[in-house]
Design a protein around this ligand. Structure first.
Ligand code: XMP
Length: 430
């Protein structure tokens, strides 16, 4: 390991990640570990510079106080505690230490080096992946999303052709999205990439299915089946690469913290297809994943793309999906993205997209009555996607987008702007 490590012991506080973030922002690597980690396990890291015990009200679980193993105090590492009045540390904080106090602990008490950077992280991970995988093969579902793309780039750097990427085009991708995955990974990074065009199959399964939850289930289930079929055709695969990131692990719950949501990327593979996991990003926060992708040479657009739901345009082509409306969503989305980029809004707005409802309205084209679909534009800002406010898009930009959609997208005669915050609306329509 190249980096000095500050260990935060998880005694159930919800603020562990806040401290970990602050320490990393100061250039020192920090990880959260379970409260009952043993002295041997800590020593085995060989790069620990200090320990923070982060208590908090959740330290008492089912009436029982959660304690660290007493021998940890004897290891001789500099230690502080936060909101943990029963702790044996000399320095105790009742609330989270401020930046200066944290700096004093890191640099004066622990004598930590500011050597946490992506170059070192990648070097460490490449060595760890090679050690774990040896000469075996790793399979990866490469959706083209930020996390799977960065994992792919990392694995290509570590093991090259021993990585087999499978990209499933479910027919619900944005314009040129699958093409760009093939271009970047097969043509430029020379990945061993299997491209599966399953669009006909997905759209067939989705025919006449209008219920949003049913649509999601079909898309998710079919994705696993296609991936499984490809996996069965391959031989000698022992590992599955996954784009698990730090928040996924934290949100899945720990021994002391409650589960927020279950985490799974390619869950649901059958029992006889059990692989050992390779998860090189599992210690990174989302912005660190992006920085890692840039350091690995991925295109800026791929690394800084806005969030895109797993079921893709399938949940933006409202109700039962038809090819003409799906095409209208795809084209209008491409126009929206192009015009937002021109106006500099792509760097400002958190998420923006179009949807096409499954009803028509009356209009007029070339002096004749038409009965066609509408495009709804949605542009929102949020911090954590739990609540969201709308972006007040400049009127001229909206007019330009409207003109282009009406001129360039077939079967559309009306464009609307969604003014609803979350709640009560959700970000997506389905
Ligand atoms: P909602 O619609 O719940 O969306 O307000 C919150 C955020 O989650 C994204 N989203 C999804 N992401 N699979 C995903 O990977 C999904 O099924 C899914 N549904 C919603 C949505 O785009 C927004 O950023």
């Amino acid at each position: 390991m190249k980096q000095d490590l500050i260990v935060i012991l998880d005694l159930g506080s919800t603020e562990n990640t806040v401290i970990a973030r602050e320490i990393r922002d100061l250039g020192v690597y920090s990880e959260i570990h379970p409260h009952d980690i043993t002295a041997e396990e800590l020593k085995a890291f060989d790069n620990v510079k200090g320990i923070i015990l982060n208590g908090g009200e959740n330290r008492v679980v089912d009436g029982q106080a959660v304690e660290i193993r007493p021998e940890i105090y004897d290891l001789g590492y500099p230690m502080i505690s936060v909101d943990y009045p029963q702790s044996k540390c000399e320095t105790k904080f009742s609330v989270l230490p401020g930046k200066e106090e944290l700096k004093k602990f890191l640099f004066e008490d622990c004598k930590a080096q500011t050597n946490w950077n992506m170059k070192n992280f990648i070097e460490d991970q490449v060595a760890l992946i090679r050690q774990q995988v040896g000469d075996k093969k790793v399979l990866l579902a490469l959706s083209g999303g930020v996390d799977s793309s960065v994992v792919a780039a990392m694995l290509i750097k570590a093991i090259g052709q021993q990585l087999v990427c499978v990209h499933v085009n479910h027919g619900l991708m944005r314009q040129n999205e699958s093409e760009s995955v093939v271009k970047v990974f097969r043509d430029e990074l020379h990945a061993n990439l299997i491209y599966v065009d399953a669009s006909g199959r997905f759209l067939g399964k989705l025919e006449n299915v209008a219920d949003p939850e049913q649509k999601r289930k079909i898309i998710g289930g079919e994705f696993i089946r296609v991936f499984e079929e490809e996996a069965r055709k391959l031989e000698g695969i022992n590992f599955l690469g996954q784009g698990t990131i730090y928040p996924d692990i934290i949100e899945s719950g720990t021994k002391t913290a409650k589960m927020v949501k279950s985490h799974h990327n390619v869950g649901g593979l059958p029992e006889d297809l059990k692989f050992e996991l390779v998860e090189p990003l599992k210690q990174l926060f989302k912005d660190e994943v992006r920085a890692c992708g840039v350091e690995l040479g991925l295109p800026h657009d791929m690394v800084y793309r806005q969030p895109f739901p797993g079921p893709g345009l399938g949940v933006r082509c409202l109700g039962a999906i038809t090819r003409d409306r799906l095409e209208a969503v795809r084209k209008s989305d491409a126009i929206l993205r192009e015009e937002f980029a021109k106006a500099g809004l792509d760097k400002k707005v958190w998420q923006y997209f179009t949807v096409v409802p499954d009803f028509k309205s009356v209009g007029m084209k070339n002096n004749a009555r038409v009965f066609e679909y509408m495009v709804i534009i949605r542009a929102i800002n949020t911090i954590d996607a739990m609540t969201a406010s709308i972006e007040k898009v400049d009127w001229d930009v909206l007019e330009k987008i409207t003109d282009r959609i009406l001129a360039e997208v077939e079967n559309v005669n009306r464009v609307c702007y969604d003014m609803s915050p979350k709640p009560p609306a959700t970000i997506e329509f389905e």
